[in-house]
Design a protein around this ligand. Structure first.
Ligand SMILES: C[S@@+](CC[C@H](N)C(=O)[O-])C[C@H]1O[C@@H](n2cnc3c(N)ncnc32)[C@H](O)[C@@H]1O
Length: 305
């Protein structure tokens, strides 16, 4: 049974304003989720704008299908990784698009309703796969990776300063018992990190959970792929907008946008959520929206000189 959880789309008006959807346009939503951003794109590009929406989580895609049913054939639902958007468009004989949106990370449903161990609250199976077709689960990673690899994951994907110590405690723990559920991991992290080294504003296991999730889902690799190949499927003047939720993602987005001479900045600084949004949606706290525009081929050439 899928628990019903409301997902409030982050920076909804801001992101869709930047995309400026028009009738007749084709827009790709790489993170369909519950369909919140796509709904707004479809509304503003009525009567003939289309959305090709990607989500690799079957449960999310089902919810989006339900939520966007009224738009009928104007939406195409694709159960796949946004890293392969260019290939999937080619198969559909769509050469170029009018806008591309990524709203990275997890939906509220995944975090609190999917029971896949994304949250350190409660006790859930240590799965963490957004796409159930993937092989590697968080439990498997914790039970089999070397201490050095685990430390690298915690350090690079979680920016966790106690990475080595936590990895050593994980390896010690699994000598006696396999990791199965999230409470075991929370316990081990709590034991590994002495009180004086604990962060003040976040839970002591926050970064370890983030790191495992990124590793299990290959999140940064997927992002790099679409940042590299996404611009090539944009029509001249089309906008590529990305909402990211932590500094590792935001850094990749910023660099890829700056280093691509065919793109011009639409947002000089990242757009962040205003007070009103933060009051109703704490998830928006860490969100950063950056957008760029595909320039004319002539300007792109100039940029390369
Ligand atoms: C923050 S939610 C999107 C919410 C959506 N914009 C809305 O307003 O309802 C992120 C979604 O992206 C999906 N996702 C994350 N990484 C993905 C990837 N590499 N490929 C496809 N979907 C991905 C997740 O499964 C999740 O449903």
């Amino acid at each position: 049974m899928v628990k019903h959880v409301i997902h409030r789309s982050v920076l909804l008006a801001e992101a869709v304003d930047l995309l400026d959807p028009r009738p007749g346009g084709i827009y790709v939503d790489g993170n369909l989720g519950m369909g919140g951003h796509s709904r707004e794109i479809l509304r503003r590009s009525a009567p003939s704008g289309r959305v090709i929406g990607f989500d690799w989580d079957e449960a999310a895609l089902d919810m989006a299908r339900h939520n966007l049913a009224e738009f009928g054939h104007r939406v195409d639902f694709v159960h796949d990784n946004f890293a392969v958007i260019p290939e999937r468009l080619k198969e559909r004989r769509v050469e170029k698009i009018d806008g591309l949106l990524l709203d990275l990370g997890l939906s509220s449903y995944q975090l609190t309703g999917s029971e896949r161990g994304f949250s350190f609250q409660g006790s859930e199976p240590l799965d963490m796969r957004m796409d159930k077709r993937r092989q590697l689960t968080a439990a498997k990673l914790l039970n089999t990776a070397s201490a050095a690899d685990l430390a690298d994951i915690f350090y690079h994907y979680g920016e966790e300063r106690q990475a080595r110590r936590i990895a050593a405690f994980v390896v010690e723990y699994r000598r006696g018992k396999n990791f199965v559920s999230t409470d075991q991991l929370v316990d081990v992290v709590e034991r590994a990190v002495p009180r004086r080294f604990r962060p003040k504003k976040i839970h002591v296991a926050t970064k370890v959970f983030q790191a495992l999730r990124i590793a299990v889902n290959g999140e940064l690799d997927n992002l790099l792929k679409i940042l590299m190949h996404g611009p090539q499927i944009l029509k001249q003047g089309a906008v590529f907008a990305v909402i990211s939720f932590h500094s590792l993602e935001d850094r990749l987005v910023k660099r890829a946008f700056q280093n691509n001479p065919s793109l011009s900045a639409v947002t000089r600084k990242p757009v962040i959520a205003g007070e009103d949004e933060l009051l109703v949606n704490p998830r928006a706290r860490s969100a950063k929206l950056r957008a760029v525009r595909q320039q004319s081929p002539a300007t792109a050439k100039k940029g390369m000189l």
